[in-house]
Design a protein around this ligand. Structure first.
Ligand SMILES: Cc1ncc(C[n+]2csc(CCOP(=O)(O)OP(=O)(O)O)c2C)c(N)n1
Ligand SMILES: [Mg+2]
Length: 349
């Protein structure tokens, strides 16, 4: 770990450690417990081993200032931390995975295919690469309004071989839009190794094709991510246009909960287990005497008891009524099925 040019203070370092641990613990519950207990509706994709990327990047998302101030973010299916850091409570994420009415899609989908513009989160949909032109479109709106807001866009290296990805990048480059393109290169797209889907050495090499800055860094080094994204955000806010950032990492699990990743050599898992981003950051903070074994244990215990409560809350929530699937499909003024605006508001609590 090397200190970034704009090094975060102690409180931020501890917040980042907490965010990574909360993310991993929540995903562990979902993937290794609730899914196996048959309580999850639909598939489960987690970012185990990649937490430093979403946490280090999300620290730079500006929030809490309203429509013309807050940034916007399009997470991928491995960015649970982004949802948490944008203020979505763990219990609502759990309700989403359990198909309950209190989930972000109100029970109409059962996994990471979710978003909420109230949290400035553009919904992730299954189709890889689709969110790239959307993120560029959000940034176009910012420049047309003359604000200094930034659009954050996350994806895997596999998505960079999709046509929409290239169109979105080109449009953002030509119009000099404030987008931060953040690639988690975990070296696999489901079972396909990166060497089988691109001839360039690095994802960031693709930036040259669009005349924008491209950088690669160690995605398991939280401060390297924090530093790289911070510089790209300053460029974007300053009107200097988009950047493509590649963070090299590893998916420390199967593609999804039903996949045992038998196609990944065991030695690769062992090698990356030793580079675990959470362990690494925790050790660095211990060396700086910011945490000790007792404080870490306490933090983990607090997270586990919060998650116990969150799971219990989610399990108490009702499943949606069939007619509720019509809410929010088309724009409507006035009262809505399912209880009108008041009913809508209730669903968010
Ligand atoms: C256009 C499209 N093709 C295939 C899929 C099925 N699919 C879902 S995730 C995934 C792998 C994605 O790999 P990558 O972009 O590297 O992201 P990662 O899952 O590794 O984070 C695939 C093939 C899809 N959702 N959309
Ligand atoms: Mg991948």
């Amino acid at each position: 770990m090397r200190p970034g040019r704009h090094a975060p203070d102690d409180a931020l370092l501890l917040k980042m450690l907490h965010s990574m641990k909360l993310t991993r613990a929540l995903e562990y519950r979902i993937e290794r417990k609730l899914y196996r207990q048959g309580k999850i509706v639909g598939g489960v994709y987690v970012g185990r081993g990649q937490e430093a990327i979403s946490v280090g990047a999300a620290m730079h998302i500006r929030r809490g200032g309203g429509e013309d101030y807050d940034d916007i973010v399009s997470p991928s299916h491995r960015d649970m931390a982004v949802f948490l850091m944008q203020g979505v409570p763990p219990e609502r994420i759990l309700a989403q995975y359990m198909g309950r009415g209190a989930g972000l899609t109100r029970g109409r989908d059962g996994n990471m295919h979710m978003g909420d513009l109230r949290h400035r989160l553009v919904a992730f949909i299954s189709h890889l690469g689709d969110s790239i032109p959307v993120a560029a479109g959000c940034a176009l709106a910012f420049t047309m309004r003359g604000t200094d807001q930034v659009s954050f866009c996350f994806f895997g290296e596999g998505a960079t071989s999709r046509g929409d990805w290239h169109e979105g990048l080109n449009f953002a480059a030509v119009r000099k839009l404030p987008v931060i393109f953040i690639c988690n290169n975990n070296q696999y797209a489901y079972s396909t190794h990166v060497s089988k889907q691109m001839r360039v050495e690095r994802v960031s090499d693709r930036a040259a094709g669009y005349g924008i800055p491209g950088e690669s860094a160690d995605g398991n080094d939280l401060l390297a991510v924090y530093d790289g994204v911070g510089r790209a955000v300053r460029r974007a806010r300053g009107g200097e246009g988009p950047s493509l950032l590649e963070f090299v990492t590893f998916r420390m699990t199967g593609h999804s909960a039903h996949d045992d990743a038998g196609y990944v050599p065991k030695a690769e898992f062992e090698e990356w287990e030793r580079k675990d981003p959470i362990e690494r950051f925790q050790d660095a903070l211990s060396r700086r005497r910011l945490v000790d074994a007792g404080a870490i244990k306490e933090m983990e215990a607090r997270i586990e008891s919060e998650l116990d409560e969150a799971v219990a809350w989610a399990e108490r929530q009702r499943y949606p009524e069939p007619e509720e699937c019509l809410i929010g499909v088309y724009h409507e003024e006035g009262p809505r099925p399912g209880g009108g605006p008041e009913g809508e508001r209730r669903a968010w609590r």
